[in-house]
Design a binder for this molecule. Sequence first.
Ligand code: CA2
Length: 145
Amino acid sequence: MSKPIYVLNGPNLNLLGVREPEIYGKTTLEDVQALCEVRAKSLGKTVVFLQSNHEGQLVDWIQEARTKACAIVINPAAYGHTSIALFDALKAADLPVIECHLSNPAARESFRHHTYVSLVAAGIVTGLGAKSYELAVEAAAALAT
Ligand code: CA2
């Protein structure tokens, strides 16, 4: 059995579909998980889908992925813009990393224009809502080791 793709989600994404639907849509994180699972299955892969509001927890999961996953898809949410810890962990994981965002951060406030994660990402999918995740899983599967 091949290793799963870890799909990691950062802070506040548990509110998806519940708050601010005008920005992030009506799809819940549970819906996104189902879409990722279906897309992965169609490619002969599985996903481990996780969300945390805590930076250290995300670092722990990235460290776990280093040996247990074949690739990482990550929507780091706001931590992408601030976290050198996530950057360091992803770099050390030495796996294909696909960064994904529901919105297009480049079209939003300037503080969202830079992400540390993008410095270690093989590719970035943004602005397509839940579709960003499906395409990110597809890219991760294609690059998986
Ligand atoms: O567009 C994305 O996926 C973001 O990663 C979402 C982050 C934001 O800080 C990034 O710049 C772009 C925010 C996630 C918050 O998610 C919410 C979902 C529903 C309601 C409120 C927040």
